[in-house]
Design a binder for this molecule. Structure first.
Ligand code: GCB
Length: 591
C-alpha cells in the first residue's frame, strides 16, 4: 500500500531527515522580552500527552490532524489527542508517572484553549523551559522550535490564534553527543514542559528590554542602562521612573535603542541589606515594572569586592531538583534551599550546572544571597562542532538576558570540568566574550580542573576568566591529600580562586570509621581536611562544596547509592542534616 518507489508516503513518514524542516524556525535568545511583571494568562494545568518514541507526530505531521499524501489520499490517523492520558503542566513526566520514570525521547503534549482578542495587536507564547528540545504547533501550524533545556523562549502567534485553539508541543529529552550538555552528565535527565507556559498580549510596539546597573567605577553614584524597543515605532520617547531615587527621566529613542547614564545615590544592595528599587518604564501604551538592586562587584588582584569591601564567598552548590517534583521545583522548595544555605551561614550559592528557574535569582535578590549562574557546558562537549557552539552561546545569551538585572547574580560561569584543548579554549573564550558583550558588570568564571601531573593550576582558560573556579576531590576521588597542598604551593594565580567543588559521598545516617566509604564519618573527615587546607590559602576567596542535598543520578549504581549522588550535606528530601553540614556552618561563622 505504501509507495516506496516514488517516495511520497515513505518520505514524509520515514524520512530520516524529517527534523530538517523544523530547524527552519529555530527560536533564539532574541525572542525574549521583559515580561515578568506583565499581565499574563497561563496555559498551565491539565494537558493530554502521548509517548511518541518513534517521532511519528513529527514524521507524519499529526499536528495537521489529518494526513493526505501527494495524490490526495487520506490515511487513518494514529492519534486520539483528547482521550490520551493527562498530565499536569508544568511538571517532569518522570515524576508524574512511574511508567515513564526512565523514559527518554519524544512526548507529545496537547491541550485546547480559548482566546478572545481584547484589542491587543500582538500575542506571544512563552515557555519557561522545556527539556531539551521543543517543537511547538498551534492550530495545525508549526510555529517554532527551541533547543536548550533550561532557558526560556517566546514565540509570536499573532494572527494564528482563533477563538478555539489547539496547542501541541513535542518535547524531546534525548541525550545527544552534540547537545549542551552532551549525553553523559552526573545528574538525572528529567523531561517535559517543566516551567510555566504563558500567553502574553502586547501592543504593536513595546518595551523589549531594559538593563539597569550601577556604574562599576567605585563612585556608587551613577546608574546606567539601555532600553530597547520592539515594533514599528522605534523612534519615540520612553520614560524611566525610580520614585524612591527621585528619578523621572524621559529619553529620546533612536532606532529602537537608548543608552543612559544618570546621577543617583542608591542604597546599595548587599547580603545584609538586599535593597531593591521599583523601576517603571513607560512607552506609548506600554509599561513594564521591575525590582532592581544596585551594587558593585569586582575583582582586584586576588580579592573580590562587593561595594568596595573585600568579601569571602561562603557558599554551597545546589542542583535544581526535589524528590517529589524533579526539576519542576516549587517556589517553597527554592525558598527552603536558600533558607538551609543561610542557616549554614552561607552568603553565596552556586546554581549548578544549568540555568535554574528565573524565580531563584529573584528570590535571592529579595533575601540577600549571592549567586553563581552557569550553562551546561559540562565535561566532553563537542568543542569542534559549530552547531554545539551556537547552542551553548544561545543558552548563555538567554540566561544573561533573563537575569542580568538581578543584583544577586555576581558570576556567569561558562563551563564545568572541560579538559584543556585548543578547541575547548576557543569555544569557551568565545563564550566569555559573548558574556562580556551582554554584560560588562559581572565576573566571568568556569569550574576548571587542577593539573594532576604537574600538580598546579595550569588550565589555559584561567587567563581568560576573572575568577578561577577549581573543582577538586582530594580525599575522595584523589585519596592523596598531600597533593592538594602541593598544588597550592606550586600555583601563584594573579586572580581570586573559588573552590567551586569538593566533597565526598555519605549515606544519610550511615556511621563507621573515617576509612569506611559512604559513611558520614568519612565525609566529615574529608571536609575537615579540606577546610583546614583551604582556609590557609591566601588567594582562595570562595568555597562552594558539592553539594547541598543528595540528588538523583543514573550513574550511581553502588547499592549504598541506589541511583543517588550522596555528596549532599542534607538527605535528598532535605529533612536530615549530615554532620558535615554542621562543620561547614561553624567554619563559615568564623571564616
Ligand atoms: C564533579 C562534577 C559534578 C559531580 C561531582 C561528583 O566534579 O562537577 O557534577 O556530581 O563531581 O560527585 O562526582
Amino acid at each position: 500500500m505504501q509507495k516506496e518507489e516514488n517516495g511520497t508516503f515513505q518520505e514524509s513518514i520515514h524520512k530520516v531527515n524529517y527534523e530538517d524542516c523544523y530547524r527552519s524556525k529555530m527560536i533564539k535568545s532574541d525572542s525574549l522580552f521583559l515580561d515578568y511583571y506583565r499581565e499574563k494568562e497561563y496555559l498551565n494545568g491539565t494537558w493530554n500527552y502521548g509517548i511518541d518514541q518513534y517521532d511519528n507526530c513529527l514524521r507524519a505531521k499529526w499536528f495537521e490532524e489529518v494526513y493526505f499524501d501527494e495524490d490526495g489520499r487520506q490515511y487513518p490517523v494514529d492519534f486520539s489527542f483528547d482521550t490520551w492520558e493527562t498530565m499536569k503542566v508544568p511538571s517532569c513526566w518522570n515524576t508524574q508517572s512511574e511508567k515513564y520514570f526512565h523514559y527518554e525521547g519524544s512526548v507529545v503534549y496537547t491541550r485546547t484553549f480559548r482566546y478572545k482578542n481584547n484589542g491587543e495587536k500582538r500575542v506571544f507564547l512563552k515557555f519557561g523551559a522545556v527539556n531539551y528540545e521543543a517543537k511547538v504547533f498551534v492550530n495545525k501550524q508549526f510555529v517554532g522550535m527551541h533547543q536548550g533545556g533550561s532557558t526560556p523562549f517566546v514565540i509570536e502567534v499573532t494572527g494564528i490564534l482563533a477563538e478555539d485553539n489547539r496547542i501541541m508541543v513535542v518535547a524531546n529529552n534525548t541525550r545527544k553527543r552534540t547537545n549542551v550538555p552532551c549525553e553523559n552528565t552526573d545528574w538525572f535527565n528529567y523531561g517535559g514542559i517543566y516551567r510555566d507556559v504563558e500567553i502574553i498580549r502586547m501592543p504593536e510596539s513595546f518595551i523589549k528590554d531594559a538593563f539597569l546597573y550601577l556604574v562599576p567605577d567605585g563612585s556608587y553614584n551613577k546608574i546606567a542602562g539601555k532600553i530597547t524597543l520592539e515594533g514599528s515605532n522605534a523612534n519615540s520617547s520612553v520614560q524611566l521612573e525610580i520614585k524612591e531615587l527621585q528619578i523621572n527621566e524621559v529619553f529620546e529613542v533612536k532606532d529602537g535603542v537608548v543608552e543612559f547614564n544618570l546621577e543617583a545615590h542608591p542604597e546599595l544592595w548587599s547580603t545584609e541589606n538586599p535593597k531593591l528599587y521599583d523601576v517603571v518604564i513607560r512607552y506609548g501604551e506600554d509599561y513594564v515594572k521591575e525590582k532592581i538592586g544596585f551594587r558593585e562587584v569586582k575583582v582586584y588582584g586576588t580579592d573580590i569586592y562587593l561595594n568596595g569591601k573585600k568579601i569571602l564567598l561562603k557558599g554551597i552548590c545546589a542542583h535544581e531538583e526535589s524528590v517529589i517534583n524533579g526539576k519542576a521545583v516549587t517556589e517553597d522548595e527554592i525558598r527552603e534551599n536558600f533558607r538551609l544555605a543561610k542557616e549554614m551561614n552561607c552568603n553565596y550559592m552556586r546554581l549548578a550546572h544549568y540555568p535554574h528557574t528565573e524565580k531563584a535569582a529573584r528570590i535571592a535578590d529579595e533575601i540577600g544571597i549571592m549567586l553563581w549562574e552557569e550553562i551546561p557546558v559540562y565535561w566532553a562537549i563537542e568543542f569542534e562542532n559549530p552547531d554545539t557552539y551556537a547552542d551553548a552561546s544561545n543558552q548563555l545569551s538567554e540566561l544573561i538576558l533573563r537575569d542580568r538585572n538581578r543584583a544577586s547574580v555576581i558570576i556567569w560561569s561558562v563551563g564545568n570540568e572541560n579538559a584543556d584543548s585548543d578547541s575547548r579554549l576557543r569555544f569557551m573564550s568565545n563564550l566569555v566574550n559573548k558574556a562580556r558583550e551582554l554584560d560588562s558588570t559581572r565576573m566571568i568564571s568556569a569550574a576548571c580542573l587542577v593539573d594532576l601531573k604537574k600538580l598546579c593550576i595550569a588550565d589555559r582558560l584561567a587567563d581568560v576568566i576573572d575568577i578561577i573556579g577549581l573543582n577538586e576531590y582530594f580525599g575522595w576521588y584523589e585519596p592523596d591529600f598531600s597533593k592538594l597542598i602541593k598544588i597550592f604551593e606550586n600555583s601563584k594565580p594573579d586572580k581570586p580562586v573559588i573552590i567551586s567543588e569538593f566533597g565526598a559521598d555519605a549515606r544519610a545516617g550511615a556511621r563507621g570509621s573515617m576509612d569506611d566509604l559512604y559513611t558520614e564519618d568519612r565525609q566529615l573527615k574529608i571536609y575537615r581536611d579540606q577546610i583546614d587546607t583551604l582556609s590557609k590559602i591566601s588567594y582562595v576567596k570562595g568555597i562552594s562544596p558539592w553539594i547541598l542535598f543528595d540528588f538523583r543520578c543514573p550513574r550511581r549504581l553502588h547499592t549504598m547509592q541506589n541511583y543517588y549522588n550522596l555528596k549532599g550535606l542534607l538527605s535528598a528530601d532535605k529533612s536530615y542534616k549530615k554532620p558535615a553540614y554542621f562543620l561547614m556552618k561553624e567554619f563559615y561563622r568564623n571564616w
